[in-house]
Write a protein that binds this ligand. Structure first.
Ligand code: GZL
Length: 346
């Protein structure tokens, strides 16, 4: 009897342990049954790191990817920076959230690449009240109170548009087409972005000097290849005789070229349609070399070094200019692109 009892006791104890073990596994505490993967302990800035919060537009274009890479390559831990990078995924509300996160984290600097110009006053005021300097990069903001940001570092986007217009005027003059009626369509970038506003208005300024230039229509391709392909298809279905496409970035140009070729039309100076583009990313310059893009106006994405220089100046207590433009150029079908590409960073 004792033996059985002891056996029973043993059996009971075994069953009890087994049930407890099972309960431990099934009490919803996944940690007991899933492999322990200790969450990365969020790294912390060192005492004297300069903590920078960067709110980026998104990853909509080749240009943007290079712009982002330059920030990553510039603001490194080795150089004493602690970078918090937030991709806005092309939505202003995501960027506003990112800025509020940076304010909560009390970063030393906020670097904002604003997707559009308006809608920033409130959150920039919160940053100012928190004593966090804001540097606007790439595009611009339109705010009531310019003291809400320390400075802007980027391109003169309106000048890019003017340069494109003057290039077209010179080209047409050189081909004896000065007074010929020229039908133009424009693939615009993200509506309300400085790049779209600047390039459109800069080109329009030159167009006013040429009564024979006829802007058939503006449509947004949102700086993406896919949207621009659709818009170019619409343009080709709607207008019989398009002479020039103004495309406000290279990714939209890639989409436009696809649609134009599918329509059986030829590109270039001896073709049906000429394209003038912006950004001058490597893949587009190869198309300039082929003569499929007539001219490409550079928008230099490597802004980060000038932003770093500006932050270092601010760290030393120096005053900085309200706007700092980066150097830019252009490329056209007459140039030796292959040689130029050898010395080009992007
Ligand atoms: C220009 C930049 C634009 C590029 C596009 O400064 O904001 O945004 O021209 C990018 O390629 O999407």
């Amino acid at each position: 009897m004792m033996v059985r009892k002891r056996k029973n006791l043993f059996l009971f104890a075994f069953l009890l342990c087994f049930l407890l073990l099972l309960a431990g596994c099934s009490n919803g505490n996944d940690a007991a049954i899933t492999p322990k993967s200790e969450p990365e302990s969020e790294s912390r800035p060192d005492e004297d790191d300069i903590v920078i919060g960067i709110s980026q537009v998104g990853s909509e274009s080749d240009w943007r990817m290079m712009n982002t890479k330059a920030y990553m390559d510039t603001f490194t831990e080795e150089k004493g920076y602690y970078l918090i990078f937030e991709d806005g995924q092309q939505k202003q509300e995501n960027q506003v959230k990112a800025l509020r996160k940076f304010i909560l984290k009390d970063v030393d600097y906020i670097v904002l690449a604003p997707i559009v110009e308006t809608g920033w006053d409130a959150v920039l005021k919160e940053a100012q009240d928190a004593g966090i300097p804001v540097i606007i990069v790439d595009r611009n903001v339109s705010v009531e109170d310019e003291s809400l940001y320390i400075c802007r570092v980027g391109s003169d986007l309106m000048q890019e548009g003017r340069n494109a217009g003057e290039w077209l005027a010179d080209y047409l003059e050189s081909r004896g087409r000065r007074n010929e009626k020229i039908n133009i369509v424009t693939l615009q970038g993200t509506p309300g972005s400085t790049a779209q506003i600047g390039r459109t208005s800069g080109f329009a300024e030159v167009m006013e000097k040429h009564a024979n230039w006829n802007m058939l229509e503006y449509q947004s391709g949102d700086f993406t290849q896919a949207k621009a392909y659709e818009v170019m298809e619409y343009f080709l279905d709607t207008y019989d005789d398009i002479d020039v496409v103004i495309s406000e970035n290279d990714n939209m140009t890639f989409g436009a070229i696809e649609a134009i070729k599918e329509a059986g039309l030829k590109l270039g100076k001896n073709g049906d349609i000429m394209i003038i583009s912006f950004d001058a990313v490597r893949d587009a310059l190869l198309l300039v070399q082929k003569g499929e893009i007539m001219a490409d106006f550079e928008c230099n994405p490597i802004i980060a070094p000038l932003v770093e220089e500006t932050i270092q100046r601010l760290e030393r207590g120096e005053a900085v200019e309200k706007v700092q433009y980066i150097d830019e150029t252009y490329f056209d079908y007459r140039m030796d692109i292959e040689t130029l590409l050898e010395s080009r960073e992007y």
